[in-house]
Design a binder for this molecule. Sequence first.
Ligand code: TPP
Ligand code: SF4
Ligand code: MG
Length: 286
Amino acid sequence: MNANDFNTPVPNTWCPGCTNFMILAAVKKAMADLVNEGACKKEQFTCVAGIGCHAKIYDYFDINGFYGLHGRVPPVMAGIRLANPNLKVLGFSGDGDALAEGMAHFIHFCRYNLDATYLLHNNQIFALTTGQVTPTSEPGAVAKSTPHGSPFRPINPVVLALESGATFVAREYALDLQNLTATLKRAMKHKGAALVEILQPCITFKDVREFVKDKMYRIEPSDLEGALKNARSWNYTKEDSIRIPVGVFYETQYPTLEEKVGVKVWHEAYPERPQRSTEELWERFK
Ligand SMILES: Cc1ncc(C[n+]2csc(CCOP(=O)(O)OP(=O)(O)O)c2C)c(N)n1
Ligand code: SF4
Ligand SMILES: [Mg+2]
């Protein structure tokens, strides 16, 4: 199979040239590679999307999934994994979705070490609502919500994920297709909570492509202290002197939520659980 086997006929409504197109291409390629390598089957991929431009990605690949509420990607991922631990769950979130509306969920996803991959499309702006500051906007950022400049300091999601217990933490650039695909594959193969922050400039409301391309450099994974040091070396500011580390910051093994609560044991103990149709469930809960 190849990446095009994940295509859907849904018309794409991202702005022409949006950097989300590259994330879509990388995710489809990573999934196709994993299927070809025998690591998992196409039907095992399941996606959860937040709310925002990033979330539309769910319409553009042919896998099962769920649109959550704004910021609520992790609890839906947890529900899916606990109900069926055979599924390979990918969560798609934005910087607003993950760190404003969904901040608490983001922390608990890392802390629980849920066995799932969380892709954070970071464009440092609320893009779908046409440009307001988010928790990753730089201090002084001029946007629709802050015409005189943002008075806030940024939150660093890489530091937050490391401090909260995520067992795979990486940052990539949306337009570096090769490294993005490779890191996504590593994240999807990882057992435990994997965060991949993707720097995803919004070309319509905050075009920082040249800035990111100029400033980024690749790092190698290190121990937790080293990873934190690397992560703290850039706090989303836009000074000329900064450099942006990209690559895998940290990777370790630790029991997952699913292992700790004995999900597999529970599923094996009750193999004959009744299969209910969607219609039946709708009648019961409507
Ligand atoms: C609880 C809630 N608050 C606010 C909104 C309005 N809203 C919809 S999309 C969006 C911005 C999303 O920004 P981000 O998560 O960064 O995604 P992007 O559009 O940048 O990909 C907002 C504020 C909403 N739908 N639900
Ligand atoms: S508003 Fe920005 S993030 Fe949204 S589709 Fe357009 S370019 Fe992409
Ligand atoms: Mg955003």
